[in-house]
Design a protein around this ligand. Structure first.
Ligand code: ATP
Ligand code: MG
Ligand code: MG
Length: 334
């Protein structure tokens, strides 16, 4: 049996995306908690697991091991248990876009219309041949949740955001991305859902499901597809241009903005987002956060060559962060 149940007790289902499900599990022998991601065996899962296995950094989710799943990867008992706790069955994997976060979001005018066609080519471009074969990827469990949770708790006023914390988190995100880029990789799906926090509160960049090499073996640009999360994707990634690692800088501009600026409702967000993607900020933002605004604007440059490299950002930010800055919107620091 090469399923989950011979070595792990499944505690909960943490997430379900287009291509994978993530479970919180306890190891039966070492008794530690881990996250195990089940992905369909494809070229995509191949690059995900290879990238993870070669990355070793405090701000990247730690990889433990992987193994192919047997056909009966989950016992019936577990299956029932899972559908009771999550209200969804987990033996069927479909490519329902509704289940894959914000991939459907159309916030731009450069949309290409037919989603079904996109989806087909997405599946084909990922090399899905047999959708019944799975790979399990065991990782450290990030108990601090996602940056989405962090932002939500603050937008809903359950917690306060402080400038010091924002600086610390964003600095760690950039540090992780700088490392990914130094390894000649592109993450391609940076967004709050894929940025996690470890037990120590440290940022752990996760979900290498769309990771890609920066160039081919000859150093030539690679042909690209427009997979990713539309609302966070850079314009060139949407347009399938021969984009490079600068495509990862664009979503980081959006992420930093979201960390600073309270967005109270979904409709406020919907209105603000297309403007933000075009470097137009809500009233008051640029006055109160003039330096952040300058950085974010550069990160959101339409042309990738005008965006900063992660490495340069890191250097410039540490100077800025060491100065200490104004408190975030409506809440005072400390
Ligand atoms: P894919 O993009 O490959 O189709 P996905 O986006 O659903 O799949 P992930 O982002 O890796 O896959 O994981 C989904 C969710 O599961 C995350 O957003 C997060 O909430 C949770 N999760 C993933 N990995 C971990 C982890 N190591 N520790 C804790 N939670 C995790
Ligand atoms: Mg994800
Ligand atoms: Mg993903």
């Amino acid at each position: 049996d090469s399923g989950l149940s011979h070595s792990f007790d499944v505690i909960a289902k943490l997430g379900q995306g287009g291509f994978g499900s993530v479970y919180k599990v306890t190891h039966k022998y070492d008794e530690k908690i881990y996250a195990v991601k089940r992905v369909i065996l494809t070229r995509k899962s191949d690059s995900e697991v290879k990238a993870l296995a070669h990355l070793d950094h405090p701000n990247i989710v730690r990889y433990i091991t992987c193994w192919p799943a047997s056909d009966n990867w989950m016992s019936n008992q577990e299956r029932n248990q899972m559908s009771n706790t999550t209200g969804s069955s987990c033996n069927v994997v479909t490519f329902d876009r509704a289940g894959s976060g914000e991939r459907d979001d159309d916030d731009d005018d450069d949309d290409d219309g037919d989603d079904d066609d996109d989806e087909k080519s997405e599946m084909e471009s990922l090399g899905v041949t047999d959708s019944r074969k799975y790979l399990f990827i065991q990782m450290e469990f990030c108990e601090g949740g996602t940056l989405t949770d962090w932002i939500q708790a603050r937008n809903q006023m359950e917690k306060q955001r402080t400038t010091a914390e924002i600086h610390k988190i964003f600095d760690e995100i950039i540090t992780g991305v700088e490392y990914i880029h130094a390894k000649k990789l592109i993450h391609r799906d940076l967004k709050p859902d894929n940025i996690l926090f470890g037990a120590d509160g440290k940022v752990k960049i996760g979900d290498f499901g769309l990771v890609a090499a920066q160039t081919d073996q000859k150093g030539e640009p690679l042909e690209r597809s427009n997979i990713g999360t539309r609302s966070y994707m850079s314009p060139e990634q949407k347009n399938k241009k021969n984009y490079d690692e600068k495509t990862d800088i664009f979503p980081l501009g959006l992420v930093w903005f979201e960390m600073i600026w309270e967005i109270y409702t979904a409709s406020e967000r919907e209105k603000l987002w297309p403007d933000l993607r075009n470097q137009r900020f809500p009233e008051g933002f640029s006055d109160v956060y003039s330096t952040e605004c300058t950085f974010i604007k550069k990160m959101l440059s339409y042309s990738p060559e005008h965006r900063p490299h992660a490495k340069d950002m890191k250097e410039n930010l540490s100077k800025f962060f060491s100065l200490g800055q104004k408190p975030p919107r409506s809440i005072s620091d400390q």
